[in-house]
Design a protein around this ligand. Sequence first.
Ligand code: SF4
Ligand code: FES
Length: 217
Amino acid sequence: MAKSDQFVFPGSRASVSWNSRLCIHIGECGRAKGNLFITGRKPWCQPDLVSDSEVEEVVLRCPSGALSVQNADGSRPEKAAAENTVTVAQNGPLYVRGELQIEGAPENAPGLMFRAALCRCGRSANKPFCDNSHEKAGFLDSGAVGETGPGAVTSGGPLQVKPSKDGPLLFKGNLVIQSGNGRRAWSGSQVALCRCGGSENKPFCDGSHKKNGFTGD
Ligand code: SF4
Ligand code: FES
């Protein structure tokens, strides 16, 4: 991911960064009430017009990790969510939140330490991240989750995410999987989730990637 993907909106107390390759135009920022983001204004994002807590609250709404916030002293106010969650979006990506360690994550996208939208249709040109290709591809899946998992003692702590070569996303660490309607469906500490779009047991991998020619590059 080139450095030029990252745009910084400076403020005297905090700066907001936006990574254009990770943004999937969900609009949580642009639709937020208040003056931090105003569509069509130049610059679009002006951190000095709102309080520090509002900057942080609105940035944390971003589900893709495209937005991040940094204090003037270089520190980051964002803390990982107390539990790691994967939400299976209806006809869309896997939204992941928590203490994320995504293998191969670009350094110029610090929001990915806390939030990410991961491709599960198999069509993204920015794998393992979602780029909205599921819309053009007509990817259909309700986001239902059929299994309950082995359970986990807690749901926090580091969550490793490894996109396996031409295969599923491998998660290691305590996590909860939420179905598309928000139901807490599965808990455990190790799981392989489909990213080829072909599993008959979504969101879990069922080995279909070996037959459908999926490539993770
Ligand atoms: S909330 Fe994040 S993903 Fe959504 S439009 Fe804003 S920057 Fe893009
Ligand atoms: S990655 Fe889709 S079935 Fe394994």
